[in-house]
Design a binder for this molecule. Structure first.
Ligand SMILES: [Zn+2]
Ligand SMILES: [Zn+2]
Ligand SMILES: [Zn+2]
Length: 168
């Protein structure tokens, strides 16, 4: 992947199903960080690329193994966790708590609640934005007097291709 040569194109489609080229999304992350004065170092960018290429929630140890294949320089867990913390602080990555794993946020260029559908069979995850769900969370939190810090919804089930292939 050569993100430097690819033009980022911010997405304005509110019904977007997240069908973006990984390289374009990494290029977008680079330009967002550049505009914010945040350092998307080589390691942070490589981790973001790996998450985009993976297409499913990926754990820190799996990332360490994938980094070894990409770059012989060994990277320890604390370094990878720090890079993931940075990527999350920039809204570029979300943690899937139920899997203890990470996925790239599809639309870091706009504020949104992340709604993830995760297939229990193949592990694939798809992110949607649904303003109706976001609105419900705002209303429910207001009723409770609750201040939301991580509006991430994780839905487990079976994806369309696994259903078509006859998996439960
Ligand atoms: Zn989009
Ligand atoms: Zn998101
Ligand atoms: Zn599946």
């Amino acid at each position: 992947m050569t993100p430097l040569s690819i033009q980022p194109r911010p997405c304005t489609d509110s019904n977007c199903r997240g069908q973006h080229a990984p390289a374009e999304r990494v290029a977008l992350a680079m330009s967002l960080c550049g505009a914010r004065g945040a350092q998307l170092t080589t390691l942070r960018r490589q981790i973001l690329e790996l998450l985009w290429e993976s297409g499913r929630p990926t754990g820190a140890y799996e990332l360490i193994e994938a980094l070894k294949l990409r770059d012989s320089r060994p990277v320890g867990p604390p370094t990878v966790y720090r890079a993931l913390e940075f990527l999350m602080s920039q809204g570029l990555v979300s943690k899937i708590e139920s899997r203890n794993a990470y996925v790239p946020c599809t639309h870091p260029e706009r504020r949104h609640d992340c709604l993830f559908f995760i297939c229990s069979n193949c592990g694939a995850s798809v992110e949607l934005e649904d303003p109706r769900v976001a609105q419900l969370l705002v209303e429910d939190a207001a009723v409770l007097g609750f201040r939301v810090t991580r509006p991430v919804v994780e839905v487990e089930g079976t994806c369309a291709s696994c259903i078509a292939a006859g998996a439960a």
